[in-house]
Ligand binder design. Sequence first.
Ligand code: MN
Ligand code: MN
Length: 299
Amino acid sequence: MILRVDKLMTALPVPNSPNASAAAAVQEVMGGKTGELSTLMNYFFQSCNLRGREEYRPYYDLIANIAAEEWGHVELVSYTINLLLSGATTRGTDPSAAPLKSAIDEHYKYHFLSSGQTALPADSMGNWWNGSYVFNSGNLRMDLVHNFFLECGARATKMRVYEMTSDPTARELTAFLLIRGSTHVIAYAKAIEKLSGVDVMKLFPIPELSNHKFPECRKYIEQGLYHTMYYFSPQDYRRLAEIWTGPHPDGAPNLVVSDQPIPTMAAPPSLPSEPQLGAPVPPTMEPGFLAEVTKRIFG
Ligand code: MN
Ligand code: MN
């Protein structure tokens, strides 16, 4: 089960100005094939479905714990999209003034037509996320190899979104996810190594582009997020430490596990109302009107 905490994994800056195009690009990190919904649901199904659990306990613990972390990544992506869309149209309740006029020029119409200028379970082109993105073969080795490539693909997507926009909110999100995604790449590589004896780090140079190139990543590296695996459970999943150990492949300190919450945890930003998207209520409506209509319909 999930024990939910009303916090985000890191603080997100409020954007300098609304940016619907950046929000559309960030949707790829949400509902694309390599997005956070995919990593969450891959590890969710793989952990629930892992047979022979006692024999493979450290692998189960690793996958289950990372699944819990991915939930928090989905939250971060949602808030980023929501912040970028706050104020993207003219606020007001007069429909004849066409408060959504500016949305006609946005290529991602779903943000304005299907939601209240908020995140959707879809990719950057509006394709809905779907369950075919989940790979759960029932063979632990195959699943781990898949997870390794999924995290590498997720990393490429985040780098490209970072390179598409200079918006500080989108960049903070992608920098944070690059750091945490890197730990997942390393974790799955080490899991494959432990299970099969293959030195994955020698087979594939990781990472192709170091996180040190991204200025927003530096503070996260200094705070230990690049070499630490946090337990997203008060007591469980402790045997992942049998996998998450040894030297770091990108020069960070040796891999460690932490009982402490992730140190970057922050309060979620508040999201302003967008009255133009609410159900219009005539200000002159009589207070007793709804009560009377309800009485007539339902008796
Ligand atoms: Mn993630
Ligand atoms: Mn991940």
